[in-house]
Design a binder for this molecule. Structure first.
Ligand SMILES: [Zn+2]
Length: 428
């Protein structure tokens, strides 16, 4: 779907419904807007159930101030106007009170976005606007002044967040990624030892070369066509389970030998279609499509490991937090975790881009899941289902570990019992 071709009122409903369904706003909080080429402001209404909004509910505030629509515009619409006036490059805004960002706003801190290169790239640094009465001129002035300094994401003191973009997709992606960052910052605060990235480390990410030479496939086999659909199905499932966000996560599946399918670069995971998936064959990419930045890493793993047919790199919040703090992810918690995950090594930051071979060498039958430091969780398997399961078990296990921190110290399954598990389940 070409989201930008939808009329503003449909875009707003689509994104607000998505925000609501993801638990990132309550029914009463939050508002979104688009400024169109005529200078008209399209904005969500005041006091209408966010869980059941339709395009007809959207209000248009004309450039001359006339209000068109069956409802009143959001009470926050003055600050939307003031931000657009201060930043003519912004054409869409998202405002809400998502729980993790509100935690920061009520202790007057901003989340650190330099935890992964993607989050720094998408959100930038976060601005901070002092408290003022909702709907007031003063609030609008404070927020617009912070946006004027060049920030695209602004935390509102004792209130919530506003993100802006050149279109609604970009504003939404900044909003969703920033809440994800805030979640990880909160989880890392429980574990301790948050490791953030320097500018030099972040620069490595931009140097990753995923522009493989192109080729035009002669035909598409039935197996390949089926796998394209299967990848989309699992990406949607991972998104719905919060194992991925719209801007992060790569899935690939081997078609045969040195041929595999991989998710594309820069496409919103929520709207992924089978035709977006990129075929990579003998080191070349399907003409006209750009694969994920991680393509060379996936290619290396398929070449080195004939028994691996699927790879997923994703950022489920709890497991990803273990990649950002220097603390061992212990899988000796319950039999399921130990059997499915075994050992989880951590690959130093940057190897994804500089030395994929070194990461590939870390994958073993007793280490099918790897943490990529300040980046993601990498899971491998024989099939999409097995790989997805490993990702999901990693996230559940990490969540249980982090939640247990304030209950008491982990009592791991004893070595003798682990031996029994390996014997019983024929593990190496
Ligand atoms: Zn608000």
């Amino acid at each position: 779907m070409n989201f930008d071709m939808l009329p503003p009122r449909s875009q707003l409903v689509e994104v607000l419904t998505r925000i609501y369904n993801q638990g990132l706003t309550t029914t009463s909080g939050g508002n979104l807007s688009i400024l169109d080429d005529n200078g008209d402001l399209w904005i969500t209404p005041s006091g209408i159930d966010k869980g059941a909004l339709s395009p007809e509910d959207i209000v248009c505030v004309r450039a001359d101030g006339t209000i068109v629509g069956r409802h009143k515009p959001s009470v926050e619409y003055p600050f939307h106007w003031m931000i657009y006036r201060a930043r003519p490059d912004l054409r869409a805004l998202v405002h809400a009170h998502p729980p993790a960002l509100v935690s920061f706003s009520i202790v007057r801190k901003t989340p650190n976005t330099c935890i992964t290169p993607q989050s720094r790239d998408i959100c930038g640094l976060v601005g901070y606007a002092p408290y003022a009465l909702p709907g007031s001129e003063a609030l609008g002035e404070q927020i617009a002044a912070t946006f004027s300094q060049g920030f695209n994401s602004v935390l509102l003191e004792n209130h919530g967040v506003v993100t802006g973009g050149q279109n609604l997709t970009q504003a939404f992606q900044r909003f969703e990624t920033l809440e994800f960052c805030a979640q990880i910052n909160l989880l890392a605060a429980k574990l301790g030892n948050l490791q953030t990235l320097t500018d030099d480390q972040i620069r490595l990410f931009y140097h990753s070369d995923h522009h493989l030479p192109e080729f035009v496939p002669e035909r598409h086999s039935s197996r390949e066509l089926e796998l394209r659909h299967d990848i989309c199905r699992f990406v949607r499932r991972a998104y719905a389970r919060r194992l991925m966000i719209s801007t992060g996560g790569t899935v690939s599946v081997r078609v045969q030998d040195d041929t595999f399918l991989i998710t594309p670069f820069g496409v919103d995971r929520y709207y992924l279609n089978p035709e977006d998936i990129v075929l990579v064959q003998d080191g070349k990419r399907e003409a006209g499509k750009l694969p994920s930045r991680a393509v060379k890493l996936h290619q290396q793993i398929y070449r080195d490991h004939r028994d691996i047919d699927c790879i997923m790199t994703a950022q489920p919040p709890n497991a990803t937090t273990y990649s950002i703090v220097s603390r061992k992810f212990d899988t000796r918690t319950i039999p399921e975790s130990y059997i499915v995950l075994r050992d989880i090594p951590i690959a130093p930051y940057g190897l994804t881009y500089t030395d994929p071979r070194a990461i590939s060498a870390m994958i073993r039958p007793d280490a099918p899941v790897i943490l990529l430091q300040n980046d993601a969780v990498l899971a491998t398997g024989k099939s999409l289902l097995q790989t997805f399961d490993r990702l999901e078990v990693a996230e559940f296990s990490a969540q249980a570990l982090i939640n247990s921190l304030h209950l008491g110290e982990l009592v791991p399954i004893a070595d003798e019992e682990l031996r029994d598990l390996r014997r019983q389940f024929k593990l190496s």
